[in-house]
Design a protein around this ligand. Structure first.
Ligand SMILES: O=C(O)C1=C[C@@H](OP(=O)(O)O)[C@@H](O)[C@H](O)C1
Ligand SMILES: C=C(OP(=O)(O)O)C(=O)O
Length: 430
């Protein structure tokens, strides 16, 4: 399904932020790793959430759900042997479940999205798991993959953090269940470091004890721990809401988004400060972000690694800012659902944006007068490219057509419903 985005000058209204993808995947996982029955209130309903539900179910968790909650009876240290798992297009789900699969004799991971997740590298986690005695067959570090484990060893483990934080998170979830105590040393750099804060928060809520160095480059994890069954409440999602807030910023708007906690550990919380720095009139109080956009934005320079899943939306806002913006420290955007630097900028340029790339930077020469639009966009299977190009379409001279925009459902199936309820002219077409 394609989406036609017709220029829309004004947005008005209130929405409830959808539930956080990253907390939903984590709560599902720790509930599966517990032996008792856990409840997750307000889980995210999206393809990635569904991928994690499917995997833990296939691995033996009992999952019952209604509109507002999921009740999960976990398998603890003993997942059920299963031949094959389908993680859809969800990077975090694949990486987290790879370590769980290491507890089993043989699990095959399908390659359902060869043009997206199928291109993403997992070598750093593969090397770490191999050092723990796990055998892995893979295609040059990519899917399809077969993991042959059984009884992975703890002890001293090293993992590179220079491509993704998900490899470290994965090891932090599994090492507490191993017989030995473990020490994890992060090599090189740690990208998306803030996300590790979410992993540690969820582990602590699940009763797991981990000692972390202040710089998050070294961890001590006692073995033989047990995950406790708990009740978890999922908070609102900043990465998805970043796109709504950016849409409000580039239009004349009066838009209120609820459920965005000020003290959230989601790095993308920073998009509120980014928009503020771009002179967007907004307030953030009691979990409510209120944007009263006037369409005028000022360029700025930002460390994108602090809000990795919010960068594309902020770049889309910067397309209409006065001056040149720079988003630096973003190389790992190249290893996401598509190359979120080269592929994304190609599509932005088609729509009329003036953008440049470096290996680890996006540079935007703002066009406050607006862009031409009138083009067809290839979203490269990437939900965040779909959301970001929609923002650009709202302020183009001519409508833009986003091909295969249904892939927005990876994280935000009701994105276009939300935008429509705010007055955006967005229509599905075959
Ligand atoms: O741990 C997680 O849930 C995630 C970590 C981030 O990935 P990287 O660590 O690969 O940047 C983020 O982009 C992704 O959407 C979710
Ligand atoms: C990169 C993302 O997700 P994942 O790595 O889990 O596929 C994302 O949600 O933008």
């Amino acid at each position: 399904m394609d989406m036609i985005v017709t220029p829309t000058g004004k947005l008005n209204g209130e929405i409830q932020a959808l539930s956080s993808k990253n907390y939903t995947t984590r709560y599902l996982l720790v509930s599966a790793l517990a032996e008792g029955t856990s409840t997750i209130l307000y889980p995210a309903h999206s393809e990635d959430g569904e991928a994690m539900r499917r995997c833990i179910r296939d691995l033996g968790a009992i999952v019952e759900e209604d509109e507002e909650k999921i009740v999960i009876t976990g398998f603890g240290r003993h997942p059920r042997p299963t031949k094959e798992l389908d993680v859809g297009n969800a990077g975090a789900v694949l990486r987290f479940i790879m370590s769980v699969a290491a507890l089993l004799p043989e699990v095959h991971f399908l390659n359902s999205y060869p043009a997206s997740l199928g291109k993403r590298p997992h070598d750093d986690l593969i090397v770490a798991l191999e050092s723990m005695g796990v055998k892995i067959e893979h295609q040059n570090g990519r899917l399809p993959m077969t993991i042959k484990g059984g009884n992975p060893r703890g002890g001293k483990i090293q993992v590179s953090g220079s491509v993704s934080s998900q490899f470290l998170s994965s090891l932090l979830f599994i090492t507490p269940l191993l017989d030995e105590d473990s020490e994890i040393e992060v090599l090189h750099d740690l990208k998306s470091k803030v996300v590790i804060g979410q992993t540690l928060e969820v582990l602590a809520q699940a009763g797991i004890v981990i000692e972390a160095s202040e710089d998050l480059m070294f961890f001590r994890i006692p073995g033989k721990q047990k995950y406790k069954a708990q009740t978890y409440t999922v908070q609102g999602d900043y990465p998805g809401s970043a796109a709504i807030l950016a849409a409000a910023a580039v239009t004349e708007s009066d838009v209120v988004v609820h459920r965005l906690m000020e003290d959230s550990k989601q790095g993308e919380r920073a998009v509120v400060d980014v928009l503020r720095a771009m002179n967007v009139p907004l307030t953030h109080k009691d979990g409510i972000v209120h944007v009263q956009g006037n369409g005028r934005l000022k360029a700025g320079e930002f460390d994108g690694d602090e809000f990795t899943d919010g960068v594309l939306a902020m770049v889309a806002a910067a397309v209409f800012a006065e001056g040149t913006s720079r988003f630096y420290n973003v190389e790992n955007l190249r290893y996401k659902e598509c190359d979120r630097i080269t592929d994304y900028l190609t599509e932005l340029r088609k729509a009329g944006a003036r953008v440049e790339e470096k290996r680890d930077e996006i540079i935007v020469h703002g066009r406050p007068e607006g862009v031409e639009g009138g083009v067809e966009i290839d979203a490269h299977y990437d939900h965040r490219v779909i959301m970001a190009l929609t923002i650009v379409g709202l302020r183009s001279a001519q409508p833009i057509r986003i091909k295969d925009a249904h892939h927005v459902a990876k994280s935000y199936p009701i994105y276009f419903d939300h935008l429509k309820s705010l007055g955006a002219q967005v229509e599905w077409t075959e």
